[in-house]
Design a protein around this ligand. Structure first.
Ligand SMILES: Cc1ncc(COP(=O)(O)O)c(C=O)c1O
Length: 470
């Protein structure tokens, strides 16, 4: 969480004061509690139990919820979808046009995939009941890995049970305290967490700026043992893409590993939908570590690393998140494999997805909306630069039958608050035209005035008792 970002547009000072007030409220509660007695030793324990509400992040979350309640913005999170979420979805027994799913190429629920998953359960059960090296290996794992390796143009591949945890364990394992990790400033949280676990020095460069990455490596490389340069193939928040060839040059020049996270690129970029190498026409072996997830276009769950055979061998025998974790469930592996088969057989799905996303992007731009640097491949942000505005706009869209997720502070800095539209190949042109028309109408209608912020601050201030003078 970025502690320096303004909360809902409040100044840093106002935010700090509010947090201080809420902190004093929770410590008051603790001090007011009577001393506890321990049964075992008959000693009096004065310390109250450590409470999660003492965490700064917890108090900040409470403030955000209070502010949203006060502003009449309904909580947009954890809404239950009552069927398959694609271009449409059922929420509260009502059908919405949906822009909040990773079902990019419309494969979720496809009979070929559902049947493959069911057949895998019939044959292997619902679990492999052990880690792969021990006795959890099943033929379906290798089939999936070999197909992923082929699609990425790599020698081999290794699948793990989670996408986020793949980044954490692999980066945490490959790098160590004497090393340096240079990454895009908007890189996914899983990469930041992996870098933190590794203990390596972690230095972000401005979004997409390969020149800055090059300069950082030039400066830092001589002082570190190994170096890792990490980018995404298609950025999940902004829908923009890196200049891969320039990052390859920088990585080679300074003997750094280059890692590309393809979570939102596979099934989306390139003529065949095979991802960033397919889009850029580079030799895939110029990238040392291709990472991807099975949870987006491949409508399953899990993560993978593709690369040279020696890298994959090493990870399979030593990466803690692989060695000490259960093997991927049979149905999960079978679903991803069947989805890859469809991706290869039906590239028209990728073309349709790109057409729909481009249409959305063009219409939104023509309507004067801020869509950032999106290339219109599957992700289009509509930047509101205010969490209140984003929350209100998402709610207005929902009231008009469109489900789109607002991305609010602290997930992004306040000035980057937005609605994020995920397009799918199954959206019709009519759905897209209607949605952008509604969006433009509602964007004009939604208002946020400075007095909203003042009222929020007053309201939050009233909730917390005045800070005690010591
Ligand atoms: C760029 C990126 N990497 C990794 C992940 C983690 O993948 P998963 O959700 O499959 O765990 C995500 C998730 O959205 C992502 O956007």
């Amino acid at each position: 969480m970025d502690r320096s970002s303004p909360l809902f547009g409040l100044s840093a000072r106002a935010k700090a004061q509010l947090i201080a007030k809420l902190s004093s409220a929770s410590s008051l509660r603790a001090e007011d509690r009577p001393p506890l007695r321990s049964n075992r030793h008959e000693t009096t324990i004065f310390a109250p139990r450590l409470d999660v509400s003492e965490l700064d992040g917890f108090r900040e979350l409470r403030m955000i919820r209070e502010a949203a309640d006060f502003l009449g913005i309904a909580d947009p999170y954890f809404r239950a979808h009552e069927g398959i979420a694609g271009a449409e979805t059922l929420i509260g027994n009502k059908t919405y046009v949906n822009f909040a799913s990773y079902n990019y190429i419309g494969l979720n629920g496809h009979p070929h995939i559902a049947n493959a998953a069911k057949a895998a359960i019939d044959r292997y059960g619902t679990s492999v009941s052990a880690s792969r090296p021990v006795s959890g290996e099943r033929p379906i794992h290798r089939e999936l890995e070999q197909m992923l390796a082929r699609i990425h143009g790599c020698e081999d591949c290794c699948v793990l049970v989670g996408g986020h945890s793949t980044n954490v364990t692999v980066i945490g394992h490959l790098l160590g305290r004497n090393d340096v990790i240079v990454h895009d400033a908007l890189i996914h949280n899983s990469i930041v967490q992996g870098a933190m676990l590794s203990g390596a020095r972690r230095v972000p460069f401005p979004h997409l700026d390969h020149g800055a990455a090059d300069r950082l490596l030039r400066e830092l490389r001589p002082r570190h043992g190994r170096a890792l340069l990490v980018i995404e193939g298609h950025y999940s928040m902004d829908g923009d893409v890196p200049d891969l060839a320039s990052f390859i040059t920088a990585a080679r020049r300074y003997r750094a590993w280059l890692m590309v996270d393809e979570a939102h690129a596979l099934g989306v970029l390139g003529q065949r939908g095979f991802g960033t190498a397919d889009r850029c026409g580079v030799d895939p072996s110029d990238v040392d570590i291709w990472m991807g997830t099975l949870s987006k276009s491949l409508v399953s769950c899990g993560g993978y690393i593709a690369g040279r055979r020696d890298l994959i061998d090493y990870l399979k025998l030593t990466a803690p998140g692989f060695v000490f974790s259960v093997g991927m469930a049979p149905a999960t592996a079978a679903a991803a494999l069947a989805a890859l088969e469809l991706l290869e057989r039906e590239p028209e799905r990728v073309h349709r997805l790109n057409d729909r996303a481009t249409l959305f992007l063009q219409l939104a731009r023509q309507g004067g909306l801020d869509v950032g640097g999106s290339i219109g491949a599957s992700i289009v942000p509509v930047i509101t630069a205010s969490s209140i505005r984003a929350g209100r706009l998402a709610q207005a869209m929902f009231n008009r039958g469109v489900n789109v997720q607002p991305i609010l502070y602290p997930a992004v800095p306040e000035r980057a608050a937005r609605l994020r539209f995920f397009l799918t190949e199954s959206h019709t042109e009519e759905q897209i035209r209607d949605t952008v028309r509604i969006l433009i109408e509602e964007n004009r209608r939604v208002e946020v005035s400075p007095s909203d912020l003042a009222a929020v601050a007053r309201h939050l201030g009233k909730l917390a008792p005045p800070a005690r003078s010591t």
